[in-house]
Design a binder for this molecule. Sequence first.
Ligand SMILES: NC(=O)c1ccc[n+]([C@@H]2O[C@H](COP(=O)([O-])OP(=O)(O)OC[C@H]3O[C@@H](n4cnc5c(N)ncnc54)[C@H](OP(=O)(O)O)[C@@H]3O)[C@@H](O)[C@H]2O)c1
Length: 280
Amino acid sequence: MGMDDILILGATGKTGRRIVRRLRSAGRTVRAASRTAGDITFDLNDPATWTAALDGVTAVYLLEPNRSPHPDGQAPLPRFVSQAVSSGVLRLVLLSAYGVGDAGDENPLKAVEQAVRDSGAEWTILRPGWFAQNFSESFWRPGILSGTLTLPTGDGRTAFIDAEDIAEIAASALTDARHAGRIYQLTGPRAISVGEAVELIGKATSRTIRHVDVAPETFVEYQIAAGVPADAARLLTSLLVAVRDGHGAEVSDGVQQALGRPPRTFEDFVSEAAATGAWD
Ligand SMILES: NC(=O)c1ccc[n+]([C@@H]2O[C@H](COP(=O)([O-])OP(=O)(O)OC[C@H]3O[C@@H](n4cnc5c(N)ncnc54)[C@H](OP(=O)(O)O)[C@@H]3O)[C@@H](O)[C@H]2O)c1
């Protein structure tokens, strides 16, 4: 293994996969890590997999996987951060989320942000809003395909961010010291409702897609029935209710700050996803 490898957690996911692709095409040595695919088997819930993943690594892209239950009830990421720094990692880029760190915030990512900031390594924190790719690669895709997307967001609006923008910033932060000590709040350029979003996807795919609003308590029950752990279901719902209540509509200039250009629009995302068969 090389001496300056960059370890990418969540390398099969929405952001990690894009970061791996960008760094490799720039000629960097990357170690793609996940439980099921990539260059190395890595499980945050199995510390026995950590040492080999970190061998020879100087920079790490970190994320807290969604819905991953923690067997001993404790989030393992802060412990992984301290092992990473002891093993020679000099730079950490953390995928956090919009609003983490605000007063009264209960998101477990708050403790992870603190661990990264206190780690002694150079760090950059990314705090994105809702990903556009939730509609094309993730939990909202089945609703798009069925023609009915049920979410407790009402008419609330949010400025969906393209995961390509997040990946471009992460790849830059993993390789360029100018992002050290920065916290980037990342959104798209314009807040839209879920109703508008599915209408744009419907137009691009010549389908009728409806957003169906649902009471938050009912949405929690649906999630639990679908196998999501109760804590994760409540956290996800509370984040969607924030959109419903009008607290998700802020537009930030984080992409402009980090990359010197405006964020990609939702319309750009939709036409590219449709052209590459994301909803076929
Ligand atoms: N989606 C959104 O709108 C949104 C908005 C803001 C912030 N976020 C944050 O984004 C993060 C998720 O990032 P993402 O969307 O890029 O990932 P993702 O698409 O949800 O994929 C999760 C990745 O983590 C890996 N993984 C799952 N469990 C693991 C474990 N126990 N150990 C090691 N790897 C594991 C998965 O691969 P394997 O299954 O192969 O292990 C996969 O590569 C979350 O922390 C979420 O809070 C998401």
